[in-house]
Each structure stands twice: as structure tokens, then as C-alpha cells.
Design a protein around this ligand. Structure first.
Ligand code: KG4
Ligand code: ZN
Length: 337
């Protein structure tokens, strides 16, 4: 096998079927089958709908990814899939498909932690990205600050004690009638709004690296209900910009506190919320002020995709960390546990 193995990566932990071919850290192809429309009318992801949609999408997407990369399936060095965390039924579709494909090709099979995929994804845009680093992970299901001491050596310094950051965006957007998924909707709705218009709460100031977003949710919904009842509701852009600022503030402050405490010179991020324009700008400003290097994937590689699974699999393969034919998904997998 060459130094830059050719890996087919499959991601099916939630509502996106992601398939990619990655060579070392170079994305040869990355395709996505989005299920957003199938779930939008329910206002959130329905596990059974997700699993069925993955079944329908996976074979054509693998074919498209291989064709787009100009690669025949027997040229890949390994096949990888997300092992967890995520929805059991959804995970099983990608994991079983990838395992069967690897077996039939006589190639190694690699199981990848979804959050490790998000954590390594910045390398696809910043080839020099390497530990030690502090990484902020914020998605629909998880919010964590991780001290990456080495690839595969993760110290989770803090996490959310209730909702994940993306979940807060999604729930608030639904309440505001902005649709699903909520993060991109609030990101857009905040345009022209004043982030300081409404002082929504910043929780857990006393716990340096942990998050809590449930108080913010209560505060925003109370503000909106009161505003509607009294006819005093201000601009929607101000509400969106202010609640976004409350989430961004805690993510940035706590990430930078972790950077200061560990003395790392690299700060990175991953997960859907890292596609947020305000968060990216604020992280860039704080990293520049400290003279540390900021490594963020482009927005389309912050949200779920197959490329992050393939590139993370490459590091596992290097360590000889392949999965057996009898291995199974782990919906409750925890980084660093
Ligand atoms: O990583 P991801 O694609 O899936 C999970 O692993 O959960 O993250 C999805 C989350 C959703 O909650 C979505 O609302 C949020 O990322 N998100 C954003 C933005 N784009 C996606 N949140 C804030 N601003 C965005 N631009
Ligand atoms: Zn994710």
C-alpha cells in the first residue's frame, strides 16, 4: 500500500448519505444524498425514514463517487464506514454495505467514530493540520471541546450538559417558524440583525469547558411569546442575530479558554455548526489575536460527509486499526472513552 492510500468512505449516521474517495488527505470525490426534504415535514429526523432513504441512496452514490474519482472499486486500498455515534438503523445500512464491499474486494475494512471524522476533517483543507490541537466539535447531536494530543489520543475537556449547539439552533428555528435544519436558517435570518439587540443568557460561566443551551432556549421562547402577546416583537433579524451571538459567544470563549490552558498553537473545529459564518469569523479573530493557527474545513466539509470518514480511516489504517468481519455499529460510541 502506498503512503497515500486510496480509501472509500461511507457516512450514514444521521440524515445524509455521504460517500467519498480520498487519497491521503486529498479529496478525489465526495458526493452527498440529502434527505432534508424527507424529514422537513416532520420538523426533525425520523430514524426509520432515514434508514430507508440510506438503503435507496447508497449503491448509486458509491457508484457516482467512484466514477467521479476515476477509480475502479478494486483499486481502493480500504473501505471505511461510520461505526457510531448515530441512529442505529441508519448506521447499520452504511456499515453493512461497506463491510460487504470490503469483503468482496478482499480489502481491509475500517470502522470510524463519526466525531473523530469531524475532528480530522480540517486536514482536508489544511494538509499541515496536526496535533497537539484544541478542537471544538459542534453538531446536531454533540458539542465538545477536545484536546487532541495525537491522532487517536483524545482528551474531551468539556461537553454539553443538555442540548447540543446544533440542536439549540434547530429547536429555536422551529419555534421561530424558520424550518429545518435550523442552523443555516438562523445564519441567514441574522443578516442585517444586531447581535447585541437582546441580551440572551450565556450559561455555565463557572464551568470552563462545558456547555448548556437549554436556558437559552427557554429565554428565547419566552421573549418571543411575550413579544407576540404584547405586540412589541422587534425585528426577526435582531432575534436571530442575538441568539446566534449567545451560542457563538460560549463556543468561542470556551474554546479559547482551552487553547490558553493547554498552550496549543493549533485550534480547529468541525461539525455542522462550524459552517456558521459568525462563528467562523469570531474564531478567526480570536485565533489571530493569540497568534495561533486556525484550521476549519470549508462549510460543506463541516456538515456530515464521507470524506471525513475516509481520511480518518487512513490514520486508523496506518495504526493497523481495522475492524473485523464480525464487528458491529455502536450507536452510543464516545470519543476518548
Ligand atoms: O455535523 P452535522 O451535519 O450532523 C450531525 O452530526 O449532527 O450537523 C448538523 C447540525 C444541525 O443542527 C444544523 O442546524 C447545524 O449543524 N448547522 C448549522 C449551520 N449549518 C448546519 N448551525 C449553525 N449555522 C449554520 N450555518
Ligand atoms: Zn456530524
Amino acid at each position: 500500500m502506498s503512503d497515500t492510500p486510496l480509501i472509500l468512505g461511507i457516512e450514514t449516521s444521521c440524515d445524509e448519505t455521504g460517500v467519498a474517495v480520498v487519497e491521503g488527505t486529498r479529496v478525489r470525490s465526495s458526493v452527498l444524498g440529502s434527505q432534508t426534504e424527507a424529514h422537513a415535514r416532520f420538523g426533525g429526523v425520523v430514524p426509520e425514514v432515514a434508514a430507508r432513504a440510506h438503503v435507496e441512496a447508497i449503491r448509486p452514490l458509491v457508484h457516482t463517487a467512484l466514477t467521479a474519482a476515476g477509480v475502479h472499486s478494486d483499486q481502493v486500498d480500504a473501505v471505511a464506514a461510520t461505526r457510531g455515534p448515530g441512529l442505529a438503523g441508519a448506521l447499520m445500512v452504511g456499515y453493512s454495505f461497506a463491510k460487504a464491499l470490503a469483503w468482496s474486494l478482499g480489502k481491509p475494512f475500517v470502522g470510524v467514530d463519526h466525531m473523530e471524522g469531524h475532528l480530522i476533517a480540517p486536514i482536508l483543507a489544511h494538509p499541515g493540520y496536526a496535533p497537539p490541537a484544541v478542537v471544538v466539535l459542534a453538531s446536531g447531536g454533540h458539542s465538545q471541546i477536545v484536546h487532541v494530543r495525537g491522532w487517536g489520543d483524545y482528551d474531551v475537556m468539556g461537553r454539553t450538559i443538555d442540548d447540543a449547539a446544533g440542536e439549540a439552533f434547530d429547536k429555536l428555528a422551529r419555534f421561530m417558524g424558520l424550518g429545518y435544519p435550523g442552523g443555516p436558517a438562523i445564519d441567514l435570518a441574522s443578516d442585517g440583525g444586531n447581535p447585541e439587540a437582546i441580551p440572551f443568557p450565556r450559561a455555565l460561566r463557572d464551568r470552563p469547558y462545558d456547555f448548556s443551551f437549554s436556558g437559552l432556549k427557554t429565554s428565547v421562547t419566552t421573549y418571543l411569546e411575550k413579544g407576540k402577546a404584547t405586540g412589541s416583537l422587534g425585528s426577526l433579524a435582531d432575534v436571530a442575530a442575538s441568539l446566534q451571538e449567545a451560542i457563538v459567544d460560549v463556543l468561542v470563549d470556551k474554546t479559547m479558554a482551552a487553547v490558553d490552558a493547554t498552550g496549543v498553537e493549533v485550534v480547529a473545529g468541525g461539525g455542522g455548526v462550524l459552517a456558521n459564518r459568525r462563528l467562523r469569523d469570531r474564531l478567526a479573530a480570536e485565533a489571530a489575536r493569540r497568534g495561533v493557527r486556525l484550521c476549519l474545513p470549508p462549510p460543506e466539509l463541516c456538515t456530515d460527509n464521507g470524506a471525513m470518514i475516509a481520511v480518518a480511516a487512513g490514520f486508523r489504517l496506518e495504526r493497523g486499526d481495522t475492524a473485523g468481519w464480525d464487528s458491529d455499529v455502536d450507536p452510543g460510541l464516545r470519543l476518548g472513552a
